[in-house]
Ligand binder design. Structure first.
Ligand code: SAM
Ligand code: SF4
Length: 331
């Protein structure tokens, strides 16, 4: 039996896994995908059994939090059966999902029953036309209904995620915080990262820093720096007098690598040690060559952690730095 935890060469203990269950999605957000995305052939995607085997190995090695992501995780068939198996693992402190919200109106209750504790829902605009421009889909109402259903289903916390772009939704950040406050939700604002090649906009022109967003939100709401942490890279502020935490994810303006505690596994079974680097280990090849060999999988994970880079470097003036799209890696 191997040593029972995952440490990288910089002494960081890995306790958080982001597991992508599909690269497919029913939206085509401009910062994330091109309209004519080519998805991986189904045979290349990990089966539900293989996804569980990967998660199981990480849990055995001390991972306490798993976030299920994609693509859009809720379009993956059979997802709730995987969630129920993970939800039954007592070692897990947190089983979370990041979703675009489109399927939540009919799935929220099942997700909660399967043991999902927290939900992140992406919402870039409250204005129908803008929402459609961001996602290339006219489905704002569907997502708002999904948010209502999630609130009714009783998750521990629900957080909205908003990618802020100058000239496109930066004037809406106060309204989005008001929306969150009225519903007792949290909200994180994200600086766009240069992942995947896109043609819809020039990222260095639309980049809106967390500092700019915080200043704008602060004009309407009183923000108090908060010690609230979710295991992710957000830095939080409490909106005084409310339950709402406002988070900022700042890959450009604040390098959060020092306390990085997470790794990602793509839907194709690639272990990605850092979002800002191309390097990845092919877990699928290993699992398919040695099905059911849990010991070998654990040993490979421990070995791979030796290669986790110290930090990422994103440059705002570069359009593409990592060829992988966020939808492939899992956000
Ligand atoms: N489909 C789900 C969703 O949209 O929430 C989960 C996957 S998505 C890739 C996860 C998160 O990544 C979303 O909040 C999305 O806004 C964010 N995202 C995608 N591409 C990004 C980029 N280039 N820079 C920053 N955030 C990005
Ligand atoms: Fe789909 Fe999420 Fe990417 Fe939007 S951000 S295209 S919803 S995977």
């Amino acid at each position: 039996m191997q040593d029972n935890h995952l440490l990288d060469p910089f002494g960081r203990r890995i306790s958080y896994l982001r597991l992508s269950v599909t690269d497919r999605c029913d939206f085509r957000c401009t910062y994330c995908m091109s309209e004519d995305m080519v998805f991986a052939p189904r045979a290349q995607i990990l089966s539900l059994e293989e996804l569980y085997a990967v998660a199981d190995a990480f849990i055995d090695l001390g991972v306490k939090r798993i976030r299920i992501t994609g693509g859009e995780p809720l379009v993956r068939k059979g997802l709730t059966s995987l969630l129920a198996r993970l939800g039954a693992r007592e070692e897990l402190e947190d089983l979370a999902i990041t979703s675009n919200g489109s399927q939540l109106a009919h799935m929220a209750t099942d997700l909660r029953r399967s043991g999902v504790t927290r939900l992140n829902i992406s919402l870039d605009s409250l204005q129908r036309e803008r929402f459609a421009a961001f996602t290339r889909r006219d489905r704002l109402d569907q997502v708002l209904a999904g948010i209502d259903a999630a609130r009714a289903a009783g998750f521990r916390r629900i957080k909205l995620n908003t990618v802020v772009q100058k000239g496109r939704n930066d004037d809406e950040v106060q309204d989005l915080v008001a929306f969150a406050v009225e519903r007792g939700l949290d909200i994180s604002f994200i600086e766009e990262m240069p992942l995947g090649s896109i043609s819809s906009h020039e990222r260095k022109v639309t980049l809106c820093t967390s500092e700019e967003v915080r200043e704008r939100v602060g004009q309407r709401f009183q923000l108090l720096p908060s010690s609230y942490r979710t295991g992710g890279p957000s830095r939080y502020y409490q909106v005084i007098g409310t339950e709402t935490q406002v988070g900022f994810i700042s890959p450009h303006s604040r390098n959060f690598c020092g306390d990085c505690n997470r790794v990602r596994v793509t839907a194709e079974g690639k272990l990605v040690l850092c979002l800002g680097h191309e390097g990845a280990l092919d877990l699928k090849a290993l699992i398919r060559r040695h099905p059911g060999d849990r010991e070998r999988l654990r040993a490979a994970l421990i070995d791979a952690l030796r290669l986790k880079p110290e930090k990422h470097h994103f440059e705002a003036d570069s359009q593409v730095q990592v060829v992988r799209f966020m939808s492939m890696t899992g956000g």
